[in-house]
Design a protein around this ligand. Sequence first.
Ligand code: HEC
Ligand code: HEC
Ligand code: HEC
Ligand code: HEC
Ligand code: HEC
Length: 386
Amino acid sequence: MMNWLKVIILSFICIRVSADALQLQQHWQTPLLTQGKPPIHLPTLETSLEPKSCATCHTTQFQDWSKSLHSHAMGPGIIGQLVDMPATATKQHQACIRCHAPLQEQAVSLVTSLLELSTDQNLHEQGLICAACHMRKYQWYGPPHRNGQPSEITKFPHNGWQSSSIFQSAKFCSICHQFKPEEYALNGKLLENTYEEWEASRYPKEGKTCQTCHMPNRRHLWRGIHDPDMVKQGITIKNIDFTKSDNIITAKLSIKNTGTGHYFPTYVTPRVIIEGYQEDKNGQVLSSTKQQMIIGRKVTMNLTKELADTRLAPDEQIIFNYNAKYHPKTVSFALNIQVEPDAFYTKFYQITLKSAKKGKKLLQKALEQSQQSTFSIYFKRNILKR
Ligand code: HEC
Ligand code: HEC
Ligand code: HEC
Ligand code: HEC
Ligand code: HEC
């Protein structure tokens, strides 16, 4: 019945989908083309690629972005590696900056600074800047207006902007958060697989995109594994059992991925440690009583082998079982969940530092930062004796 109508509707949907795919491909071609010459009729404030210029009018986006990791995407850990690459090896630079500082103008400022020609060119140091997502050839692009209007180029300011639905799609994020099928995989799983993990979950069916969770109400927050509140929102922790008999302590803790739109965690770099231990009267951990379980995808430092993958798929649950002899010195028993967002990098920097030349100081700083990002999301102490 009404087959012709189905055909028309279907082909309309197909054209729409492939138009979006094409737009996305053009928007994110690698390497990106230069913006070209700024339109002469616009004031310099409006044609500047500097995030602080956008901030004049888009204050909230700027404030949010400044606190996000996108603005720190060119930290000491990556610049420390770039300074030891040949200054004009732009292809080699691209392999990193296509995600960390993708504008062509940033590629140029990187080369300028590596050649030590100028120190006031620092567009690359500002990481994933507003213009990298929103500007191509001095045209501004953004999601459809909140009120559905205006959808076409309006004249004021910065010549208006082009409304594009790709900004509302999870594919937009996949450009840097999903490896292509032919890119690096270990044990049959791509090293970066966030989009696919999301696609296989219930979230697309519920209409929840990356933006829904990471840019609520279009805010430019991008909070993730480095943010304790965000991590707590993504999982449910339940202390389901604790018993102490004369000589045995047992405890059960369940952790379920109830609100993370992909694996918890999605990357190989973080590590989550669930641990139970007994403490003496001074609160000292009695190390022989310590038992641990790790959530994460453990790979070797040279990325040639996957050693373990205990990440939680969306809606998956694990139970940590503690079972140990009651130590004669025990006064209290504690359960703790520790998040190390940069566990891989800590080891990686320690190794890279050995061969670093110009990058030594920066990598030293990156190492310290990676060690400081650790936090606890759950802690419970049971006093057994007074
Ligand atoms: C002189 C002020 C000014 C400056 C500077 C400016 N903008 Fe805008 N921009 C505006 C105004 C006003 C609008 C229209 C807002 C509206 O209609 O709700 C707009 C619209 C936008 C939109 C579309 C919003 C939507 O609803 O989709 C984007 C994206 C955008 N600007 C990005 C930028 C970026 C990135 C920069 C810096 C490179 C920048 N703007 C610099 C004033 C400015
Ligand atoms: C041009 C590449 C690029 C695009 C597009 C991009 N990201 Fe990112 N994103 C990065 C890079 C690079 C980092 C890591 C920054 C750092 O720590 O050095 C990052 C970090 C993040 C983090 C923080 C991760 C953490 O460890 O806490 C979240 C969350 C995130 N992005 C979500 C998104 C979402 C959602 C979108 C789509 C709206 C998106 N990103 C689009 C490159 C990109
Ligand atoms: C496909 C996009 C992509 C490419 C290409 C890429 N990265 Fe990243 N990088 C990311 C994302 C996303 C993160 C954040 C997630 C994480 O912590 O693993 C990140 C995190 C990092 C971090 C840790 C956070 C920080 O800023 O200190 C370093 C260091 C880093 N990348 C260096 C590099 C280097 C060096 C290259 C080139 C050899 C490179 N990256 C290529 C996407 C990319
Ligand atoms: C990683 C890419 C990325 C970066 C970097 C980025 N944005 Fe956005 N921006 C987006 C996406 C995606 C949306 C649409 C979110 C949605 O529809 O849920 C958006 C929406 C907007 C809007 C429309 C907001 C609204 O309420 O309608 C403005 C204005 C804007 N961005 C300005 C900026 C400014 C200014 C900066 C830098 C301080 C910036 N953006 C950095 C991806 C980015
Ligand atoms: C239902 C909400 C939800 C959706 C949908 C979602 N995320 Fe997340 N995301 C989270 C939570 C919660 C965390 C913090 C816990 C964690 O790191 O796994 C997180 C963490 C991250 C991180 C930090 C790195 C890491 O190892 O975990 C990145 C990067 C990220 N998300 C990107 C994305 C991208 C890209 C998409 C879309 C393909 C997406 N997220 C969809 C909730 C969501």
